[in-house]
Design a protein. Sequence first.
Length: 255
Amino acid sequence: MKKITRTTILLLIAAAVPQFSLAADNFRDVPKNSRYKTAIDYLTEIKAIKGYDNQYFQPVKKVNRAEFLKIAMIASKIPLDTEKPAGFQDIDEQTWYGPYIRKAVKEKWVEGYPDKSFRPEKSVSKAEALKILGKIQNWKIQSETEKQIFQDVSVKEWHAPYIEYALQKNYLEEKQGKYFHPNQSLSRGQTSLLIYKTVRSEIPGTKKDFIVQKPKPPEGKVPFAMVEEKTFNQITLESKFPTIFYKDELYIFRG
């Protein structure tokens, strides 16, 4: 039979290299050297965030207000214990984000707009995100900021105390004295890193040094069979084939 499915290809490679385990949960667009990888791995592990069906994470995609609430609340171990309607005219209480918005409104972590809307699909800004996290995690912030820490963050702004606290705690990627861009939207990668940093520090019981657990090599003998070289003549790999393999590492080959 000439046709070989992708699954068959993976099984053949696994049989030829028995000490390696193949996993399909790696995101194609999150390389190992990405500064967001550990954070994404952690939030994925605790089911606070997930990727897409095509095995992409889309780290640069913007996060909306409803999504941010869900990720932050799951990571911060917040129970969803209220059924009282949130009271916003533009949300469906029966959707996936309903319980998170209801809880956040009850605890006064979020506010709506003057027109009684919540705008769940609106991208969350960096300033909004820090305030929401600060409220959820009960940050001990100062009511006022004494000095200007970023050139575009006035000490009189409502978000200044949250930004100052996050800077002091090393939650931010930005450095003091430069621009912060408080109204800039957060991406999925930025959101993951920010929330990962805060929960490690603010939430009791959170793993301080999260490491993705590698699958154990199979015990005993592994079935092995040689195949003819021509078997792979009609197969084209989607990426370059490595020339060096390391024990107990994960390798995925698609074609």
